[in-house]
Each structure stands twice: as C-alpha cells, then as structure tokens.
Design a protein around this ligand. Structure first.
Ligand code: NI
Length: 195
C-alpha cells in the first residue's frame, strides 16, 4: 500500500472521462488500497481514481459507522452508477484536488448507487445526507466534473487557518478565477519539487 500524490485542479486528467474497469485483478485491489490510504492520510471523505492519476472508474468513500469509537466504514466501488436520486440538500463541499477551497453545492439528499466491489461482485448502496453527497461528488469526478462546476455563484471560500476562531479557521470569499490561479501556482511549485 502506498500513499499517492494527489492531482491538483488544472491537471488535464481531472477533466477526462474515466474508463470503466473490465478486468478485475490484483492491480485493481492495489489501486483501491492506495486510494483508501491516500484518502485517510489526507483526511478526505472520498476519493476518485483520477485524483491519483488513474483514469479508471473507481471510487472510495467513507462514513461513520454510527457506533461510538468504531472505525469508519469504507466503501470501494468500481464502475459506479447513480440509479436513483431524490430530495435536495445544500451544503459546503470541498475536494482534495482543490485544497482548502469550499463552495455551496446543491445535491440530491438520497441516492442509490450500483457498481462492483473490488472482487467483482454486484453492490448496491443506499445513502443519504453526507454519504449521498460524497457519492455524487466522487461519481462526478469520473466524468471530469469538479464541485466548482456545480457550486453556487459567489459561494466559494478559502478555509484560512485562524487560531482566534473556535474551529481553528475562518472563511474568506474568493472567485473561481482567483482559486484557479492559486491552484496553478500550487501545481507549478510542486512541479519544481516543492509541495
Ligand atoms: Ni473531489
């Protein structure tokens, strides 16, 4: 298992349609292990394979098991399809490929998603609230869609560390253009070996 480097917004692969996985083998299991390790290390709620440079239809999401002190539940899904969506929820959303940016996105409140497990078995997931949001967000990634494409106008904010705030950060309004420029600079720094 290895933690992989995340692609940052502006990278062409993030905008590509990911290919369905037709053949299940050890490489798929290894890919999922890397995705889960990277998601947890980066403290994300979900991750799509294109975010670590693999243009295939694989996503991972995690959710509270609901039991106190228990490990979060992690779902691994190949070729996921949104087969039902109902209701509406509005909330701030973020993405590991757009670090520290948040925006208000309206999503379906409840979804049913079908796909395959890493072992090739059929899986149907019924989800609501945050897990439903995470599934919709990750499936979007497989079609080259980022949350900023769906965020409400004027809702984009940076999370800025701030010790004076009880939660340790404050929000600062930004624009899509400003955010894109910041991510371009981040990618350029990384390209020179920095992070
Ligand atoms: Ni994302």
């Amino acid at each position: 298992m290895a933690r992989r480097e995340l692609l940052i917004c502006g990278e062409a692969l993030l905008r590509k349609k990911a290919k369905p996985v037709r053949r299940i083998g050890p490489d798929v299991l290894a890919l999922f292990d890397d995705m889960v390790e990277t998601m947890i290390a980066e403290q994300g709620l979900g991750l799509a394979a294109p975010q670590i440079g693999e243009s295939v239809q694989a996503i991972v999401v995690r959710t509270d098991s609901g039991e106190e002190g228990a490990e979060p539940l992690t779902y691994r899904l190949l070729n996921p399809r949104l087969v039902e969506a109902s209701g509406e929820q509005e909330g701030l959303e973020g993405c590991l490929s757009l670090p520290t940016l948040r925006g208000c996105v309206v999503r379906a409140a409840r979804v049913v998603v079908t796909g395959l497990t890493p072992e090739g078995k059929d899986l149907t997931l019924e989800a609501e609230d945050l897990l439903a949001r995470a599934l919709q967000h990750e499936i979007d990634h497989l079609r080259g869609i980022l949350f900023t494409d769906r965020a409400e106008e004027n809702s984009l904010v940076w999370m800025v560390p701030d010790e004076d705030e009880p939660q340790g950060f404050r929000y600062e309004p930004t624009t899509l253009r400003e955010a894109q420029e910041a991510f371009d600079r981040l990618r350029a720094r990384r390209g020179r070996g920095g992070r």
